[in-house]
Design a protein around this ligand. Sequence first.
Ligand code: NAD
Length: 441
Amino acid sequence: MRIAMIGTGYVGLVSGVCFSDFGHEIVCVDKLTAKVETLRAGGVPIYEPGLDEMLRRNVEAGRLSFTTDLAEAVKGAQAVFIAVGTPTRRGDGHADLTYVYAAARELADVIDPGTVVVTKSTVPVGTNREVARVIAERLAETGRDCPFEVASNPEFLREGAAIEDFMRPDRVVCGVDSEAAEQVMRDIYRPLSLREAPVMITSLESAEIIKYAANAFLATKITFINEIADLCEKVGGDVKAVAKGIGMDGRIGPKFLHAGPGYGGSCFPKDTSALARIGQDHSVPMRIVETVIDVNDRRKRRMVDKVLDLLGGKANGKKIAVLGVTFKPETDDMRDSPSLTIVPALVGGGAQVAVTDPEGRKEGEALLPGVTWEADAYAAAEGADAVLLLTEWNQFRALDLKRLKAGMRGDGFADLRNVYDPADVTEAGFRYVSIGRADAE
Ligand code: NAD
C-alpha cells in the first residue's frame, strides 16, 4: 500500500518508519528543508531509541523516502496522514489547528481521487469534519472533481518507547464515516493483527474524544498520586507503598502512579488544556480536568520551594547540580518539561546551576539560559551545595553516591523522582528530600 505522511516530528516520523516496516510504501513529507535533508542523508533529527536502525533498514529496502514536495509525496497514495503539530494556541489554551487545516487545504490540490485523508494529530472533536469541509471548499474553488474520504486515527505512542508502542499497541482507534475509509484503515493496520492488536472502529467524534479523554485520565492519575504524596509527607506515610497498595487493585492498576514534580511533556499539558476549553465551548465544564491543570501548575512552582528549603531558604550564591532536564528519560523532548519552571526560578534566584542530561542539551541550551552544561552527574556536582534529580535517566539511577558527595561543597540531595532509597543517600552523607516520603524531610 502506498501512504504519505505529512509531518516528520515525533509522531509522523515514527509512524512513517513503522508503517514502512509493516511493508507499506511510505513517503514522508515535511516543510522544513533541513529536516528532510538530514533524513535523506540517513540521519534522524530526534532522539528516539531504535528509530535510526529501523529507518535505515526501510530506506535500504526502498520502502521509505523523504521529500519537501507534497504533490510528489501524495501521488498514487491510497491514504495520506496528517501528523503535524497541534500546540496550545497562544492566549486561550485551545489547540492551534492552523497546521492541520493548512495541510488539508494544500492536499485538496494534489490528492488522487479516492484518497483517505487520515488525521493522526491530536485534534478537538469536530476537526475531522472540518478537515473534510476545508478540502471540499478548496476543491469547489478550483473546480477540481476529486472524491475523497476522511478518517481519524489518534496516536497513543509514548516518546522514548515509541517504536514498541507503535508496533505493539494496546489498541488502534480508527474513526470513520464510510465503509471505504474503514476498509483502507483496516488494510493499513492488518500487519498488526499478527500481534493481536485490536483495531477499534468508531465514529469520527468518538475517536477524537478518546484521545483527549485518555490523556486527561492519565494526567489525572499522576496528579492524584501527587496530592496523596503531599499527604504522606505531612502525616508520615510513604507514597511508594501507598501507590503499590492501591495499584495492586486490578480496577486501579499500577501504572501512572509515580509521584513526582508534576507532569510535563509535549502532550499532557496541551491536551488537558485543550479538553478544558472544548468542555467550556460546549457548556460541559470539565471540572476534574480544570482542577488537574491547576494542581499541576502549582506543583511545579512548589518544587522550587522544596529545593530552596534544602538550601536554607535562598538560592543566591548557591551552586546546584541539576540531573536531567528532559520531561522524561529516553527522549530529547523539552516541551513543557518541569525543568523549564524549576531551573529558571533557581537561576533567577541567583543560583549557579550546572546541568547534565544525556540527550537534552541540543534543545535545552536555548531554553535554559544562564546554566552551564556538564558531561555527567559527577562533573555537574563538583563544588555544588545540592544535587537536584529531575529526570530519572538510567545514568542517574545507580550513582556512586559517596563519589558524588566527595566532590561537593554542600550535602543537599533533592530527588524529585524518588529514585533512591532514603537510607542509602543519608548513609552517603547527604541531607535528602524526595516526594511523599515522610522520612525524607
Ligand atoms: P512535532 O512538532 O514534533 O512535528 C510536527 C512536524 O510537522 C514538524 O516537523 C513540522 O515541520 C511539520 N509540518 C507542519 N506543517 C506541515 C505541513 N503543512 N506540511 C509538512 N510538514 C508540516 O509534533 P509531534 O510531537 O510529532 O506531534 C504531532 C501530533 O501528534 C500532535 O497533534 C500531537 O499532539 C500528537 N501526538 C504526539 C505525541 C508525542 O509523544 N509527541 C503522541 C501522541 C500524539
